[in-house]
Design a protein around this ligand. Structure first.
Ligand code: CA
Length: 507
């Protein structure tokens, strides 16, 4: 062994000696399965009652379910930038979906790479610039497609035949079996496109829920009576803003759609056999719609059923592929020293307040599902109600790997919380900020969420809202002008000022 090889093996040994290790003495692997727009109401471990997600539930049953995982900015690309950097949007450079991620900045995968980890990113990326900090990546361009999707690799692009969620599952398993270096710990992101709009189910899910009705949310016909102006101005209602071709899969009514360009780009991508199966499922259902021709609230109810069934069918494929990965971890002897995480980039409206989409500080889009399994560290079947966040994931993963947490990251390691230890100084209030001015016309706003209250500030119209989650869990009664809440309003406004300063929002 020459001197250089000797020194390099010495420094590699020094690096691996610092890694966080599982009970079997091996360094922790980190596997994050991450989906796009998966509402916590549509994870059966959260008790929503819509349908079953047995494999995602398995992670919760063998680990922990976080009941208050809040995102800092409820929209796709910004959430991903927060996860990678551990910083709020105004510091990581991705406040909205129009921004491109600056891949030269510090990210936790880069730090894990330096610590000796092998890193990989497979599936939905959505940050415009090429991924950095990954030894291996194969990602969808932009939003990607559900049917026969294109994938980007370094310096190239190719099309893979099949359904996107199953392909991402295949690529994940292939990397775990054949792509990784078994002598190194790994950090793998397996990121699904589903269940993002336009909710195109797989051929093998087209007949799920046939003849069934999915329960409607209590606020499907919300009239926004107590709210500030932005709720009246949004364009995300099932009633008025669903597109008949793109979203509802009724091309015959495309000209009735809100807005223009009501095409469905997935249909021309299908193989003749995929197209045959698609038409066999939707043709007769649409023929019945034309015959019944529902009106008013009955039509909204019909649209809700079409939407929620397609959405849940997409999630069913995600759940199947989570199951395939868990089965492989067992078979390959990796389960004991792998932290497994399932989460989504944000929550989503499943008809609550009459909406689809996300963006608001309200619960359905602010909260995201987060379940984790870490044998010997996380107690099986535990439930946690701390205010945790996608802002905390970077520091959590570094901590699990035994690595220092950079002082410019803005979250906190969740590891003590995951262990079930009482953490006295854990955050009691959470700062939220939505910036995008674009589709769906949701006004920019920031605000504070505590265990009990949500204070929203729509700063362009200088309006405020306050919700008391204890008395009003569905957030239909804005009490910001109610005499009984004036002390709360005062305290939370002061807290908002403090948080903006703490996170350097105001420079
Ligand atoms: Ca998303």
């Amino acid at each position: 062994m020459d001197r250089r090889t000797f020194l390099s093996s010495l420094s590699a040994a020094a690096l691996t000696s610092q890694l966080g290790r599982a009970a079997n003495g091996k360094p922790w692997n980190i596997l994050m399965m991450f989906s796009d727009d998966h509402a916590w109401q549509a994870v059966s471990a959260y008790g929503g009652g819509l349908f079953k997600t047995p494999h995602i539930d398995r992670i919760a049953h063998e680990g922990v379910r976080f009941d208050q995982c809040l995102v800092t900015n409820s929209i796709c690309a910004p959430s991903r930038a927060v996860v990678l950097t551990g910083k709020h949007s105004h510091l990581n450079g991705v406040p909205d979906n129009a921004a491109s991620f600056d891949g030269s900045q510090q990210t936790f995968p880069k730090l894990l790479q330096k610590a000796g980890y092998q890193t990989a990113m497979i599936g939905k990326w959505h940050l415009k610039s090429d991924p950095t900090g990954f030894d291996h990546w194969e990602v969808l361009p932009g939003q990607g497609h559900y049917y026969n999707p294109d994938f980007l690799i370094k310096g190239g692009k190719h099309r893979r035949e099949g359904y996107v969620t199953d392909i991402i599952g295949d690529l994940t398993l292939d990397w775990l079996k054949n792509g990784r270096d078994p002598n190194k710990p790994f950090m793998l992101f397996s990121q699904h496109k589903a269940p993002h709009r336009n909710w195109m189910p797989a051929p093998n899910k087209l007949w799920m829920f046939e003849g069934e009705d999915i329960p409607e949310p209590k606020t499907l016909f919300d009239n926004y009576k107590t709210r500030a102006k932005p709720a009246y101005l949004q364009e995300m209602e099932i009633d008025r803003h669903m597109r008949w071709n793109h979203d509802m899969k009724v091309p015959e009514w495309a000209e009735r759609s809100f807005g223009k360009n009501d095409g469905n780009a997935e249909i021309p991508r299908m193989t003749p056999e995929q197209r045959r199966q698609w038409d066999a499922a939707y043709g007769p259902r649409n023929a019945k719609l034309f015959k019944d021709n529902p009106q008013g609230r009955d039509l909204v109810r019909w649209k809700y059923q079409r939407y929620i069934k397609d959405y849940l069918r997409c999630i069913s494929s995600v759940d199947d592929n989570v199951g395939r990965v868990l089965t492989h971890l067992d078979a390959a002897g990796l389960a004991e020293n792998t932290l497994v995480v399932y989460s989504s980039d944000q929550g989503f409206y499943l008809g609550e307040h009459g909406w689809f989409d996300k963006r608001w500080i309200y619960e359905e889009s602010l909260r995201t599902p987060l379940v984790m399994r870490m044998p010997g560290v996380i107690e099986r079947g535990s439930v946690n109600r701390n205010l945790v966040s996608n802002l905390d994931l970077a520091q959590t993963f570094l901590d699990v790997a035994g690595q220092p947490q950079p002082s410019d990251m803005q979250g906190a390691s969740m590891l003590p919380v995951m262990k079930g230890e009482p953490v006295k100084d854990w955050r009691k209030s959470f700062y939220y900020h939505y910036y995008e001015k674009g589709v769906h016309n949701v006004a920019p706003h920031d605000g504070v969420r505590t265990d009990r209250y949500t204070l929203a500030h729509f700063y362009e119209t200088k309006e405020w809202e306050l919700y008391d989650l204890t008395r009003d869990p569905h957030q239909i009664n804005n009490v910001v002008d109610d005499d009984a809440y004036q002390n709360v309003v005062k305290e939370l406004k002061a807290e908002l000022v403090r948080l903006r300063k703490h996170y350097k929002v105001d420079g």
